[in-house]
Write a protein that binds this ligand. Sequence first.
Ligand code: PLP
Length: 457
Amino acid sequence: MTTYHPIEAQATIDRVRQTLRSSPGVMTRLDEHAGRAVARIRRRDVNFAALPEYEIINITKAAGEITGIEDPFYRLHDGRAGETTTIGGRQVVNFSSYDYLGLNGHAEVVAAAKAAIDRFGTSVSASRLSAGERQVHRDLEAALARLHGTEDAIVFLSGHATNVSVIGGLLGAEDLIVSDVAIHNSVTEGAKLSGAKRVLCPHGDLEAFERALRLNRSRHRRALIVVEGLYGMDGDAPDLAQLVRLKRRYNAWLMVDEAHSIGVLGATGRGIAEEQGVDPADVDIWMGTLSKTLVAAGGYIAGTRTLVELLKFTSPGFVYSAGMPPPVAAAATAALEIMRREPWRLEKLRQNGSYFADRAKARGLDIGLSIGASIVPIIVGSSPHAVILSQRLLERGYNIVPAIFPGVAENQARLRFFMTSRHSIEQIEGAIEATASELPKVRAGPSFVNVIAGIGA
Ligand SMILES: Cc1ncc(COP(=O)(O)O)c(C=O)c1O
């Protein structure tokens, strides 16, 4: 079999082009053919409103209007959302905030952001490569490296963009990416962008990870294993030591997305390595977000000096994107400092998480695989029922946003309860009581799909 080197293939294409250019008759016929093909494209094909994706949104909206079920997404909050929030002028208990340690709006965080605005303004206006750095960037990156016990760190403008840009840039078509089916969309998008072969393993099944590496590793140049430190959908954590053994055996990079584990796992909130007693140096790429515990916005990578330098000069989402706004960087640094100084917040969060999980189980609610850290899903089992349950709970004074298909498998639709260190036992008890009493009623009633179809109305 002939194998073409990309450079040879390009040379062949160039030769064919050259030949065609020197034969005007052929070029004219090709032009005519292309013109006719373009004429066949209808206006409808480029009309946003006619896209099938848009029609699905409209059908869902119509279903909501017919059945009187409000859209649970994009709810408008009147002010700061923490353990409580105000929606439409009414205060409700909130379980849909990732402000795990209750730091959003903390006086010190606010003061740090304001001081950064006073000194540097609200923007650095361009990439740090060209517009230069501000001390707040360096302070934050040093604090993140200390947090993870790594040599260095680099911050990006969004957590999602961090995964897309870093995975999409470090790997290419000759490479292999092995990850968990429950992995965050940002990893999936980065993997798609890279063009690497992707193997998705059943959730938490490290034997499947091993099989994927055994069967595929030898045919690929680089390999990346990606997991979450605490899974955002299920609230469980992988066995990190086992993953380190796998990455060593198969000469792969190990990347851990700590979006939900910083400020949650480990005695001082340093994530899964601290929780499970693993040397942070055994993980090649630590990734995290600033939008959750650290009450700012943005993402980061922590690792060796070499990795960080490599990304600083090659990662498109860093090199070609503006530097982090100074108040955002300063807010995250201040939040890190409070977290370090006040470990009682972590203790309270973990108490709330395990209390919620125990009480929910005792009431017969299905919490899936949650370890009761900060994320406890209640599995509802159908998307329409999850949406209806969310509305009923809002009516009873609890804000919990559903996770539905296609975010999860249809039979795994759920409400995800996110704990904060500031929730009280009464708030937790109230939410569990409301859920346990509403869920059977919702399940016994018609789903809105059935209502529309005229079944069981
Ligand atoms: C596991 C995980 N990774 C990455 C992200 C993206 O982070 P951000 O929302 O800060 O962009 C999220 C967001 O929810 C997440 O849950």
